[in-house]
Design a protein around this ligand. Sequence first.
Ligand code: ADP
Ligand code: MG
Ligand code: ZN
Length: 607
Amino acid sequence: MKNLFKNFFIFLGVFLLIALLFSAFGNSNKSVEKVGLETLINQINKQEVSAIAIHDSELKITLKQGKEEIIKKEAGETFSQLIKNFNIDQTKLADIKIEVKEKEGADYWTAVILPFLLPFLLIGVLIYFMMRSVQGANNRMMSFGQSQAKEPSKENKDKITFKDVAGVKEAKEELKEVVEFLKQPQKFVEMGARIPRGVLLLGNPGTGKTLLARAVAGEADVPFFNISGSEFVEMFVGVGASRVRDLFRRAKKSSPCIVFIDEIDAVGRRRGAGLGGSHDEREQTLNQILVEMDGFEPNINVIIIAATNRPDVLDPALLRPGRFDRRVILDEPDLADRKAILQIHAKKKPLAKNVSLSRVAERTPGFSGADLANLLNEAAILATRRNKKIIEMNELFESIEKVMLGPERKSKILSDKEKKITAYHEAGHAIVAHFSLNANPVQKISIISRGQAAGFTITLPTEDKHMHTKTEFTEELSVLLAGHIIEHDIFGEVTTGSTSDLRRATNLARKLITDFGMSETLGLRTFGEKEEMIFLGSDAREQRNYSEKIAEQIDAEISSFIDKAAHQARGIIKAKKEELEKVVAILLEKETLEKEEFEEIVGARQS
Ligand code: ADP
Ligand code: MG
Ligand code: ZN
C-alpha cells in the first residue's frame, strides 16, 4: 500500500513537470504580438504588410519592418471572405505574399488526439504501477509459506563443538547420546531401542541453549536446520503451519539431521490459554508440529531439539513420550563453570599476567554464560578506550558492576544533601548485611549512581547456594529495608530512593508466604496458580485459588514479616551506630568502599 502511494506521487510529480514544461513552451513565442483584425486592416491599407500566412484559424502576419503578428479569426470564415467583408482594395493586396498552410500531420494529430489520449495514458500508467506493487506482494506471498530455516554451510570453519561450551556437564552427557544416535543409529536400532524424537533444552536466558544445540550439530557433523519459534507466527492464519510442513519436508530429505526450534514457547504455549486473535494461528502451528513429529517413520533419523526458558507454559502435548520426551536442563553456572566459561571467552583477548579469572568468577554468582561473555567484552572495550594493550583486573571488576547494575552515570551529579542521604542509605544496607550472619556479605559500597540507583551496595554469597532458609530470607528482608529505615530515623523523612528496595522486599515477603510455605499462621500450602494469559501485553496473571479471607490474611502476614524484619534492622543500626557513622564519613570522602576497606572499619565478619 505504501508502495502504491509512493508510485502515485512519483507519477504525479512527473506529470506536473511535463505540464510545467508545456506551459513554458507555450510562452516561448512571446515576441510575436497578438493583435486584432482592425489593426491588420489598417496595416494593409497603409501597405505595411509584406506576407500573410494562413493557418486554419490563425493569421501570421509579417510586416515590412520584420515584425511578426498573430491574429485569430473565426475558424469557418475564409481569408478571402474576410477581405471582402472589410472592403479592402485588391491592389493593396497584390504585393502581399499570401500563403495558406495546412496544419502539418503530427501537429494536427497531437492537437486533436492528445487531449483525448492523455487521460487514458494517465490511467494506464497508474494501473501499471498498481499492478506492479500488487505483484511484488504476490511474489512475497508465494514464498511466505516456506520455512525460513537456515542451514549453515557444512565446511564452516569456526564450527562449534562441545569444547566451546563450558559447564553444563549433565546436559552435555545427555546430548552426547543424541550425537551417537545421529552418527550410528544402527547400533541402537539393533538393540531395539527407539531413537528419541525430540530433546527439549530448558534453562534461563543466556545459559547457552542455542550454543549447545549448535555444538550438537557440530559434533555430529550433520545438517542443522535452525528456526526460531517466533518465525512461525505471522499475521496470516495458516502460514505457520505451512512453514512447519515445509521445514519438516526439507529436514526429512536431508536426514540424518537436526532441526532446532529456538524459543519454542512462542508457538508451544498451552493451547486455549490466550485471549484474542493470535492464538488461533499459534494453535494451528503447534498442531502441525505435533502432527509432523508423530508422522515420522521410525527409521528416519531426524532429531528435533527445542529450547525454551519457559517450560511451565508449554503445552503438555509437546511433552508426552514420542515428542519432546527428553528434557535437558541447563543450570546456572557454578563457580567452577563460571571460571571455565570465562576462560573460553578470554582465549582471544589479551589478559594481563596478574589477571585471575577465579577472582572474577568468585564475584559473579548468578551471572549466566551470556553475562560472563558480555563481561569480558565490556572489559575489552574499556581497555581499548583507555588505550591499553592488555586487559587488567580493574577493567574486569568495573565490567562486573556494569553488567550487574548498568553503566556508571557520572553526569548524574548528586547535591551534597542527596549525597549525604545516599551515603547513609547505602551504609545502612551494608551495616545490616554485615552484622546479619546469614545474609550475604558486603562486596562493595558506592554512592556513584549507576543505572537507576543513586548508589549501590553489592552483597554476594560466599558460595553457590541451591537452597535458602527462612532465616536467610528474613535477614535479606532486613537488609533491603535498612536503607529506608535509616533515612527515616536519621533525616526524619524518607526519599524516593527506597522505592525499588521496598518493592523487592514486598515481593520477597509474598513469595515466602505464598510459594515457600514459610508462614507459621497460614500453614503448609501454596497460594495462587500462575496461569498464562496473553492479554493486553501482560503475560502472567495470577489465578486466585483461595478465598477473600485468606487474601486478607496473606496481606496481614506480609506486613508482619516486613515489620519483624524492619525491627531487626533497626536494632542492628542502633547497636552499630558508631561504625555506621564511620562508614558514612569515608563514603562521603571516597565515594566507593571495597570489601577490605569496609571490613577494616567495621571489623571482620563473624560466621
Ligand atoms: P540462550 O540460548 O540459552 O539464551 P545462548 O546460547 O544464546 O543462550 O548464549 C549466549 C552466549 O553466551 C553464547 O553465545 C556464549 O557466548 C555465551 N555462553 C552461554 N553459556 C555458555 C557456556 N556454557 N559456555 C560458553 N559460553 C556460553
Ligand atoms: Mg537462545
Ligand atoms: Zn537501597
